[in-house]
Write a protein of this length. Structure first.
Length: 83
């Protein structure tokens, strides 16, 4: 949203382009990336070196994959931990 505003797009255009509500765009479009708080767990070395563009809200899309084996494999093989 920030980069699109800098390119001159309107709130409505940004909202449509990124698939977010106009309310969300209004909330974030005037923020500066350097002032955004890093998420919990950002003290990890990898996250400290990651740019702020690496962090974004979770985007849940139902039926993105028709085959559930990818999800099942991730659940079984990835060591999940609370951030």
């Amino acid at each position: 949203a920030i980069q699109l505003r800098e390119r001159g797009l309107s709130k409505v255009e940004i909202s449509e382009k990124i698939g977010r509500s106009a309310h969300w765009v209004v909330r974030w479009w005037r923020e500066h990336p350097a002032t955004l708080e890093r998420p919990a767990g950002a003290n990890d070395v990898v996250l400290q070196k990651a740019s702020l563009q690496s962090f974004r809200d979770l985007d849940i899309r139902r039926s993105f994959l028709e085959d559930s084996s990818t999800y099942d494999a991730l659940v079984e093989q990835v060591a999940w931990r609370q951030a």
